[in-house]
Design a protein around this ligand. Structure first.
Ligand SMILES: [Zn+2]
Length: 299
């Protein structure tokens, strides 16, 4: 009997040691960063596709299934992935409920930009109400996300704390090294003005010393209007703006019109992992944005 018990404990112990931490991420960028920090001790799945506009993701039953079995939930937070709140409720998994140990808001520790001041009113648009949530496009913030993932993994799986810490250190120093190269590449365009379709590149532009001149959308989430676009064309011509940066999931009609009227180039960049074919990692995404913007400004 004692032998049998010991045997059972041994089996239980070894299966515990092998059990991977199940992570569910709201976006593909969080998925990739989590894989880098978790390594072979985690299993990561994602609730949206890279080509989705992350503000608007359709809820599906398969997403609830993933959350039901999750040990950790990673979200962008602020008001970007509010669509996950209903899914969390539907999953009824105490491990990842808001405020529990497995609920990870990756915006923790981020220095938020564009926090609205004064009273909010509908004319300002109905998104970005807690500040601009597109912070992952600054690689320094990629490191903060990785640090949040590290903290969560160490809490959930303390046995492997050192493994996660080593992965984090390696990944963070790779980000540092790549960032130096990116800064060098964009350094000669310091102060250059660009137009972006949505207000999604503000953290990226700030990191690399570029200036947001205007947006094709009049307010975040409000579609462009002919009057706004014609004002933008007039101002861009007067200032010699050379690039209109946009995500692949927005309509090109107005950006193309603006490009024809001003001589600026439309630059389609991948805002997320898997948003464009071949962009499989977070570092590839940032690299592609840097290169495409540099190419447009240098031509
Ligand atoms: Zn946005």
């Amino acid at each position: 009997m004692r032998l049998l018990l010991a045997g059972l404990l041994l089996v239980a112990g070894s299966s515990l040691a092998q059990a991977k931490v199940r992570i569910v991420a709201t976006t593909t960028d969080l998925m990739d960063i989590a894989r880098n920090v978790g390594g072979d001790r985690v299993e990561v799945s994602v609730l949206s596709r890279g080509m989705d506009n992350p503000h608007v993701v359709e809820p599906r039953p398969s997403q609830v299934m993933k959350l039901t079995h999750a040990d950790l939930l990673l979200r962008i937070g602020m008001d970007l992935d509010m669509w996950v709140d209903g899914l969390i409720d539907a999953a009824r998994n105490g491990k990842i409920a808001r405020g529990s140990r497995g609920y990870v808001d990756c915006s923790t520790g981020i220095r938020r930009l564009e926090i609205p001041t004064g009273r909010l009113d509908p004319s300002m648009g109905d998104i970005h109400v807690y500040g601009n949530p597109h912070y992952w496009l600054d690689p320094e913030n990629g490191k903060i996300i990785a640090r949040n993932v590290l903290n969560a993994l160490q809490r959930t799986d303390p046995t492997n704390a050192e493994h996660y810490a080593a992965n984090y250190r390696r990944y963070a120093s790779e980000i540092d090294e790549r960032t130096r190269a990116w800064e060098q590449l964009l350094g000669r365009f310091r102060g250059a003005k660009v137009v972006t379709y949505h207000k999604s590149f503000i953290y990226f532009l700030k990191r690399f010393g570029l200036t947001e001149f205007g947006n094709v959308e009049p307010k975040p989430g409000i579609p462009p209007s002919p009057s706004h676009v014609s004002e933008l064309i007039r101002d861009m011509k007067a200032s010699g703006v050379k690039a209109i940066i946009m995500e692949p999931f927005y309509e090109k009609k107005y950006p193309d019109l603006i490009a024809r009227s001003t001589g600026a180039k439309v630059v389609i960049v991948p805002p997320s992992v898997n948003s464009i074919k071949g962009m499989d990692t977070y570092l590839e995404v940032i690299d592609a944005v840097v290169r495409r913007v540099a190419e447009a400004l240098g031509s």
